[in-house]
Design a protein around this ligand. Sequence first.
Ligand SMILES: NC(=O)c1ccc[n+]([C@@H]2O[C@H](COP(=O)([O-])OP(=O)(O)OC[C@H]3O[C@@H](n4cnc5c(N)ncnc54)[C@H](OP(=O)(O)O)[C@@H]3O)[C@@H](O)[C@H]2O)c1
Length: 305
Amino acid sequence: MSKAIIFTEPGGPEVLRLADLPDPQAGPGEVRVRVRAAGVQPFDVAVVEGWVPPNADPSWPRIPGNEYAGVIDQVGEGVTGFAVGDEVLGFGLMNAYREHVAVPADHVTAKPAAMPWEVAGGFTAAAQTAHIALEEMRVGAGDTVLVHGAAGAVGGVAVQLARLWGATTVIGAAREAQHDYLRSLGAVPLAYGDGFADRVRALAPGGVDTALDGVGGAVLDVTMELVKDPARVITLVDHGRAADLGARTTPPKRSAARLAELADLYAQGKLAFHVRETFPLERAADAQRSYSAGGIRGKIVLTVD
Ligand SMILES: NC(=O)c1ccc[n+]([C@@H]2O[C@H](COP(=O)([O-])OP(=O)(O)OC[C@H]3O[C@@H](n4cnc5c(N)ncnc54)[C@H](OP(=O)(O)O)[C@@H]3O)[C@@H](O)[C@H]2O)c1
């Protein structure tokens, strides 16, 4: 038996509770990971409120969490390239707020020795989302890129990758308190709110080539006015309206190879990843409360002793 955070009805963070569940077993092609850290995502908050993601098991009880890092403690039949004791980080669909997860072996990659557990646990989803989005936006040399939600988990990685891929200017939209942080990542910070479009035009008189929208609604509407080619706008939020506006969403292209490339950038010191706060697994409800309070810089992560 081992610890898991479960909920048996939709609601706010108060429905989350600690339970002892039978350990999952690594089936063919799977590894079992003894989790040391797991990230808290906006996705998880929606799941606890009752949203069932496509392809997720809708039965009760449910366990939130799509990203984790830990030590392999069981290797399923047919798995090559991993052994008990390997330190890994990885992705999945639900079930990561727990002490043990059994996942397909191609959903994990080696954790760099220099990557702390709390970074590894919260790294996967945001880093891969940013990477996939920028690939779809065709960010490259000379581009002027606009990133909304730039101080958030996805936005912080997107800013840095855009610079690494040759963007000349990356405008990062965030509240004033985050501006020094954004400068440290290589962005030109810009406050969101009234007059935003005019401030962008003043900063980028030649126009914005491509944009990542991590906010949606009115922010997406303004973005469509600012970017010449609508197909170079990616929204992470407003999926329902994207097609009508000519904007795009991120395709499901997470992979261990992509994650390994990003982990390697971290290990080389080329990609910073900020963890704002950690909570022990038992306090998952407090972690979600803290997330929902806003003012997020980087990531909130659960740790499992
Ligand atoms: N994490 C993932 O892997 C993933 C994957 C797919 C999609 N998404 C979606 O992408 C969005 C961003 O994800 P995330 O994990 O980066 O969330 P996050 O860490 O909560 O970051 C969101 C950021 O947006 C800022 N923000 C709020 N309103 C803004 C505005 N009008 N202009 C600019 N910034 C604003 C927030 O700052 P303040 O609170 O200080 O205003 C916060 O820093 C979420 O909607 C999420 O559901 C995330």
